[in-house]
Design a protein around this ligand. Sequence first.
Ligand code: ADP
Length: 274
Amino acid sequence: MACNGNCSGCSSDCADRKAEDMTIPANSLSNVKKVIGIVSGKGGVGKSLVTSLLASAMQAKGNKSAILDADITGPSIPKSFGVTGRVEGTEEYLFPKESKTGIKLMSVNFLLEQEDAPVVWRGPVISGVIQQFWKDVAWGDVDYMFVDMPPGTGDVPLTVFQNLPVDGIVIVTTPQDLVTMIVKKAYNMAKLMNIPIIGIVENMSYAICPDCGKHINIFGESKADEVAAALGVPVLAKIPIDPKTAELVDKGSVELVGDKYVSDAVAAIERIEK
Ligand code: ADP
């Protein structure tokens, strides 16, 4: 007898138990070909920046990109793209907003009366909103959807992994992280869920001296190669701290940063098999 995934009090041999598929089916107005999660062990490492750069670079190559902003308590996607206001909707569907280059965006900020209102919801409510962003948004045709994941390895990222058909993840880290431990947590969580790890992006990897062009390791030596080798995954990018990048993000013009930092990451994502 199989135990249907609930083994408490189950007296049978559960060897044939299969992991329950909790993926939520897409709605009839959405045709999303690949879903890529951008994860980090903690907030503030540049996960949203990397999400924005990848979506912009894919869009610039002629693909149809979308961003599902699942970082519900710290949404920064609308600001980086300079998109504000409420989304349109019907009884059944919400319609994503579009960036200047046509990237489809969905974020909790588009649902709030005031964009600076704090989101003081508990985990299950946040998870519910993310599920709605998948099943109630009319995404249309999308080649690459990037999910700006909630930071960490808690309840909410777990729901995203379980409910969205994630094809692979990119782990974002910085040299000053407790690198090995935090990256390994994110890595192990994805492994547990059978989600392929595309690679690691080290953000704030170095700064470039404006006078001599020398690379300065502000947060110490890069540990990305070491950690990636230990985990058997590639380093997809090392992104410098750059005041120009910060300025473009602040102005809502992240699309103008270009693909100079993420072209290898884009190539790796293109190679993912469905
Ligand atoms: P997270 O999504 O991990 O919380 P963000 O992408 O929102 O982090 O980045 C936090 C802040 O740091 C943002 O204001 C962003 O513009 C800035 N930032 C991130 N990476 C860089 C970088 N490489 N150079 C300059 N500013 C950066």
